[in-house]
Design a protein around this ligand. Structure first.
Ligand code: PGA
Length: 251
């Protein structure tokens, strides 16, 4: 049995005060929830304050990116060990916005994933095709090269520190969710790839999240699919009530 993960990616929103207020509200709304890992990913500057606010609540903290070196002359970067120090247990790596605007590649995602694992973090590795790629029937080729590239050279035993997020780029922030069948098809394909690379037990244990316009209204249908083990939520995670409704999808 795979424990579902519902992760809120707050992107470039929320000051420290706003972030702590949001998580405080969220805490009370999910106080009775069990059987789901709840993760929030604020901006770097709000990490420690949010960590203090969620201490003892069961809500887990993620960063939205990291660098692959632990320390050194790398102005502007933040290392996985420093994220751990700030209270993170997760880090999102290779989000499509980072690929699109900040030159993230499968190669840099791979280095970051290895560094995150070495620091004891769980990496949420994001993959997904663009609309042009889907329309030209390249979805599976693109996903295959992303999974191969991002997970290259990882020792099988480190896979428990990897969560994959399938986020079709055309569904992010657009209100256009992939249909349950479209998402399931790609999730099953990702699990097959992981099986080929690392063997069946690892593939079966791996959590694969769907992301792209997840809302309280569509989460249940998505989560009913055999290979969908959770959600990476952007817009709907910025309000405590909508994110809590997604977290409590079983209710
Ligand atoms: P969205 O974003 O839920 O606003 O579509 C998802 C994401 O970018 O992770």
């Amino acid at each position: 049995m795979r424990t579902p993960v519902i992760a809120g990616n707050w992107k470039l929103f929320k000051t420290i005060n706003e972030a702590t207020a949001l998580v405080k509200e969220l805490k009370s709304l999910v106080a009775g929830t069990s059987g789901v890992e709840i993760v929030v990913a604020p901006v770097f500057t709000a990490l420690s304050s949010v960590a203090d606010e969620i201490a003892g609540s069961g809500i887990l903290l993620a960063a939205q990116d990291c660098f692959w070196e632990e320390e050194g002359a790398f102005t502007g970067e933040v290392s996985p060990g420093m994220l751990k120090d700030a209270g993170c247990s997760y880090v999102i790596i290779g989000h499509s916005e980072r690929r699109q605007y900040f030159n993230e590649t499968n190669g840099t995602v791979n280095k970051k994933a290895k560094a995150a694992i070495a620091a004891g973090l769980t990496a949420i590795v994001c993959v997904g095709e663009t609309l042009a790629e889907r329309e030209s029937d390249k979805t599976f080729t693109v996903i295959e090269s992303q999974i191969m590239g991002c997970l290259a050279g990882l020792p099988a035993e480190s896979l428990k520190q990897i969560v994959v997020a399938y986020e079709p780029v055309w569904a992010i922030g657009t209100g256009k969710t992939a249909s349950e069948a479209q998402a399931q098809e790609v999730h099953a394909f990702i699990r097959e790839l992981v099986e080929k690379l690392f063997g069946k037990p690892h593939a079966e244990a791996m959590r694969i999240l769907y992301g792209g316009s997840v809302k309280p209204e569509n989460v249940k249908g998505l989560m009913s699919q055999a290979d969908i083990d959770g959600a990476l939520v952007g817009g709907a995670s910025l309000k405590a009530d909508s994110f809590a409704a997604i977290v409590n999808f079983m209710a």
